[in-house]
Design a protein around this ligand. Structure first.
Ligand code: COD
Ligand code: ATP
Length: 297
């Protein structure tokens, strides 16, 4: 068994309690476990190294997943209990739960931001799935993503075009470069996942590649195309463009499928670490990719 599979097996039995968690939150937590185990992920914390991060490591992510697991159940139950309220109230009322979950994460990690983006994405996805389940709607990937887009409708306008004064990273980068970050991706119904990483992942699996290889190839496509605000916050537009170009070059050479594909990913990891670049948004989206792929099975 590969190191990837054996670590996942160990972490799943340590972290997931099927007696207290419903299936959708379990799948979301499994997605976060896969994300942290997937290696090499250029610039990111993985099983090989801490990427371009000085304040967190593999174990910090495990503590974080453990701390947020019960909140993932709360997001799902929130959706079930609030299935009939308006979409704007649905979003307004879920945000305090998201902030409490962030607080639990920061307490578990000694104030390090391990999963802020992941909490945001899975908070929206799990509450939406709870709502759809309660309404006895069929729960397919297009239906889930379309409903997330409905719930988030106007978010970029309300929080970035207007009322933009908290000065968070996302707000600053919208003012400077018109980048819409995690909010834009959610409001689009996870367009980058649906149009890029999910088709690549599924094509790789259909061609007989392992889950691990398929996720690495999908990750490369996210690095090549995602407008990742984490890269811009650390390296400016130059940093984002650098990662896009390097990943596209690697894809053109055959990506992870070429004979020395993994070695080239390892070299890209070294390069991002040297430049202090971390594609945290793409890390979140690779977890969303695995989650949606497995939700539709
Ligand atoms: C909207 C959030 C992400 C605000 O963060 P911020 O303004 O700093 O936004 P920013 O765009 O920089 O993104 C934050 C994180 O999102 C991820 N991210 C970055 N770029 C992208 C992208 N292109 N696509 C997806 N995720 C991305 C990264 O992990 C990043 O660290 C969120 O933290 C928030 O509002 N939280 C409150 C709780 C909440 O509303 N929850 C909603 C449902 S649970
Ligand atoms: N494996 C991972 N390694 C690093 N970041 C990840 C990983 N998985 C997800 N992320 C995402 O990246 C974000 C953290 O990135 P980063 O540390 O650059 O942000 P920050 O703490 O806001 O800024 P900075 O460290 O530059 O001051 C989290 O919100 C998280 O969702």
């Amino acid at each position: 068994m590969s190191n990837y599979s054996s670590q996942i097996g160990r972490l799943e039995s340590e972290l997931l309690n099927p007696h207290v968690l419903s299936l959708p939150p379990i799948l979301a937590l499994k997605a976060l476990i896969r994300e942290i185990c997937l290696s090499p992920k250029p610039g990111l914390v993985d099983m090989n190294n801490n990427g371009a991060h000085q304040d967190m490591n593999f174990q910090t992510f495990i503590k974080s997943i453990s701390a947020i697991s019960s909140w993932f159940e709360d997001f799902y139950q929130y959706g079930k209990s609030n299935a009939n309220i308006s979409t704007s109230d649905f979003l307004t009322n879920i945000r305090p739960i998201g902030l409490e979950c962030e607080k639990a994460m920061f307490t578990a990690t000694n104030q390090v931001n391990t999963h802020k983006g992941g909490i945001f994405a899975f908070g929206l996805l799990l509450s939406t799935i709870g709502k759809l389940a309660q309404l006895k709607s069929s729960v397919t990937v297009p239906i889930i993503c379309n409903e997330v887009a409905n719930i988030c409708q106007g978010m970029v306008n309300n929080e970035l075009s207007q009322n933009n004064h908290r000065n968070s990273v996302g707000e600053r980068l919208f003012k400077q470069h018109n980048l819409t970050g995690a909010r834009g991706e959610a409001e689009s119904g996870y367009k980058t996942v649906n149009q890029i990483s999910l088709p690549v992942y599924q094509k790789m699996l259909n061609s007989g590649y392992s889950e691990e290889s398929a996720l690495l190839q999908a990750m490369l496509y996210l690095l090549a195309y995602n407008q990742d605000t984490n890269l811009v916050s650390r390296g400016g537009l130059e940093g984002l463009n650098f990662v896009h170009k390097e990943a596209r070059d690697l894809i053109n050479q055959g990506g992870i499928m070429q004979q020395n594909g993994r070695e080239k990913m390892l070299r890209l990891d070294d390069e991002l670490i040297k430049r202090n670049l971390s594609p945290g948004g793409s890390a979140d989206l690779i977890a969303v990719t695995w989650f949606l792929a497995n939700y539709s099975k």
